[in-house]
Design a protein around this ligand. Sequence first.
Ligand SMILES: [Zn+2]
Length: 254
Amino acid sequence: MAANEPGQPDLNAGDGPTRDLPVPGVALAIGAHPDDVEFGCGATLAKWAAGGCVVHHLVCTDGSKGSWDPSSDVSALVVTRQDEQRAAAKALGATGTVTFLGEIDGELEVTLALRGAVAEVIRRVRPEVVLGHDPWKRYRLHPDHRAAGFLTCDGIVAARDPHFFPEQGLAPHRPSALLLWEADEVNHVEDVTATVDAKLAALEAHASQFESTMGAVDEDGLVAFRQRMRQRLAQHGERIGVDAAEVFAAMLDL
Ligand SMILES: [Zn+2]
């Protein structure tokens, strides 16, 4: 945990949220769809990448439902969304891998096979911090976000224990922290004042999603989207007295 400046309340004591993990050497963010990582933790990843962290992405589905146009070419959309995801990772400054599990968008399930696939990526990239969807978020509608959250948690348990999936032939790996975004109960805050622009640039790399996800059909819509995002980050920042923050449910004993 970062030390608090003199005169600041000690947020790591008592009931307040913890803040600002030390910059990890390696981080892995696991999203259900292309763009989820950027929405959930893009500014935190950009901050860490700037501090020397190798940032990896793992995207569980192919994003093939990411269009409201019934006549759109689904296979072309999948390719577009992979390109957009790679561009978004670059915009964050990420230098690690971008892995796609390729499950059908909307049909992600918490299976043993997929738990193994997530564990395998964790064992390969060996992240100190894993980030993902909070599967316990109440009243969450989208099944892929729930499933990706559970796969993230279950994948960590499998990755750290040598008796899970020994056929992978990989050394077990235990991350030191898990940060869950869209947190049902926030207990950790990352100051992202310096990387709001990087998060927005990464989100805007997902250009195929302007209409369906960002509600932006034209330049005015995009300006409004940017404003909404900045407002949300600023609201989170108020929790710890900074200009912008991303918030999480942190699990620090894995
Ligand atoms: Zn999503």
